[in-house]
Design a binder for this molecule. Structure first.
Ligand code: GLN
Length: 231
């Protein structure tokens, strides 16, 4: 390629809600956004010849930001759902997830989703966890802007349980030193995460899908997976 072309790389503005470790969070020292999704998005961008610029915003503001054209794509541990797919284009699934429950270590009566009936639950606004929690009979559902705030409310004793994505719950307990909490029961469901673009931007989602295919083939996806999940 001509040097001038190489120097001027195209920019892909990507939105995320950087409070969802290990998928996206802010490194305490470098203040950079890091995580599985960030590495994956950067690899996808590189594959497509784009420089990726990450910006963080509230999870419930991500799809509106795409629709308004403020970002080109989003990656945020976002579950592919039929309702969301009416508003955005999802890529092929890139990660298998599911919802689970976190309770205080000394809680011995909540062992599964059935036991959440009539309880106080903390969730993050606009998430699949919030949707499922609202279906629980007689439960009081408190919605927080971020997942860490929902965990904090559990720690403070304001709720009985948090309903949230299993890998994030496990990471919170293992890495954030939350020795006073535990994950209980089987995952409620199975969900898949996708990268998204605006509905009209079909060309971009096709490029992203192609890049994802390539990263799976060339072992790059595997490397990023092992870096964050270790197996
Ligand atoms: N996977 C969940 C959802 O899509 C939660 C995502 C998140 O909080 N970042 O609703």
């Amino acid at each position: 390629a001509k040097p001038a072309e190489q120097a001027k790389s195209k920019v892909l503005n990507v939105g995320t809600d950087a409070g969802f470790a290990p998928f996206e969070f802010q490194d305490e020292v470098s203040k950079k956004y890091v995580g599985f999704d960030i590495d994956l998005m950067e690899a996808v961008g590189k594959q497509m010849g784009y420089e990726v610029k990450i910006q963080s915003m509230g999870f419930d503001g991500l799809i509106p930001a795409l629709e308004a054209g403020n970002i080109d794509a989003l990656i945020s541990g976002m579950t592919i759902t039929p309702e969301r797919a009416k508003k955005v284009n999802f890529s092929k699934p890139y990660y298998k997830s599911g919802l689970s429950i976190v309770v205080k270590m000394d809680n011995n009566n909540i062992k599964d989703f059935k036991a959440l009936e009539g309880k106080k639950l903390a969730v993050q606004i606009g998430t699949t966890g919030a949707m499922e929690a609202k279906k629980v009979k007689d439960a009081t559902v408190r919605e927080f802007n971020t997942a860490p705030e929902a965990f904090m409310e559990l720690k403070a004793g304001g709720v009985d349980a948090v309903v949230n994505d299993l890998p994030v719950n496990e990471y919170y307990i293992a890495k954030a030193g939350a020795k006073d909490a535990k994950v209980v029961g089987e995952p409620l469901n199975s969900e898949e995460y996708g990268i998204a673009t605006a509905k009209k931007n079909t060309e971009l989602i096709e490029k992203i899908n192609k890049a994802l295919d390539e990263l799976k083939k060339n072992g790059e996806y595997e490397k990023i997976y092992v870096k964050w999940f270790g197996k």
